[in-house]
Design a binder for this molecule. Sequence first.
Ligand code: GDD
Ligand code: MN
Length: 383
Amino acid sequence: MPVVSIPSSPPAVSVIVPTYKEGENIPHLIERVAQMRQATGLTLELIFMDDGSEDGSVEAVEAAGLDWVQIVVRSGERGLSAAVIEGFERAKHPILVCMDGDLSHPPEAVPRLVKVLESGQEFAIGSRYIKGGSTDRDWGFWRWLNSRIATALAYPLTRIVDPLSGFFALHKSDFDAAGDLDPVGYKIGLELIVKCGFENVGEVPIHFSDRRWGDSKLTVQEQLNYIRHIRRLYVHRFGNAMYFLQFLAVGASGVLVNLSMLTMLLWIGAPEPAALAGGIATSVVTNFLLNRRFTFSYARDRNPYKQFGGFVIASAAGMTVNFLTAVTMRTMVLPDTQGAIYLAALCGVAAGVTFNFLGNRFVVFRKRHVPGSEIDQDRHNRE
Ligand code: GDD
Ligand code: MN
């Protein structure tokens, strides 16, 4: 029997554009999207998600007078990611596209993103850094370096070459099933990739143009938010391993603090035992503060004095475990060879640190049972 192929109708696409003070860019963007829409025959709606710019953005959309273009003016807190999420919720078509409102992202590439999804991928992203992609020449060294460092930080989370691009497409059904999204940073694409666990991703090379009108909205504050965002995504992906890694990093910083304090106290003439004790005491305090602030930040709204007490007890218990493990290894487990004492000491350190970590993670800084897990607690902490 001959196989009859039913011609598939062109897919319907909702293009969401977060904007803040892009009044000058909006008419140009509408025009280019309209041209692309006509050329491809895509069923397409364009939604600007504006954060109360009051710079003629609304008027610009009204002036275009197109029934497939609308602008939603949000009130309340500004936020690129929150605006995109709200736009995705409103979208009525099964394919969602997100792009910037300053013409950095070429609307002409939208059909290629859509094609990637149609070919069975879960996520499509416009990429500056793969072969064929490019950026305008006048990206200064610092902006380039900044972008590269930010991209490198995302490497443990995804192998996408340019995961921080704000030009991407996905199926509305996947978005609807995404569950808890945390719009802390401005990298909503990365948030979706990690939280939805997208693995089948297609990268489409694009030319990223510098904006001609208006100013970038990305401040230093946003960059710090990005670090917070990355940290949360690591915790989401790597769970306790991530806490343990942070705990170890704090421990390593404690060694430096201890030795610096020791050196200083000796230098001002303190007797050795006092200098040693001073180094230990200082590092216990800095370790506590850093762990409370960073490693276990979800618990930092609780009584710090109680926590400090618990931290000291856990440390003392850790030291005991360290000692007992080392003695046991030396006397009962390891053969009596040269260097065995060092191996025993290392085993003691490993056991002590692990014990110490578990005590802190699950007792001193335990999580309260809040439905929706730590993201809710983190959010609560920020408020
Ligand atoms: N609704 C809303 N609310 N939109 C915002 C806000 C906000 O608080 N802040 C920025 N936007 C909009 C801008 O108006 C623009 O359309 C888009 O988000 C990107 O902001 P830009 O200020 O142009 O950022 P950029 O050019 O530095 O960042 C771009 O490059 C990154 C990769 O280097 C964006 O494309 C990012 O999405 C991309 O990740
Ligand atoms: Mn831009």
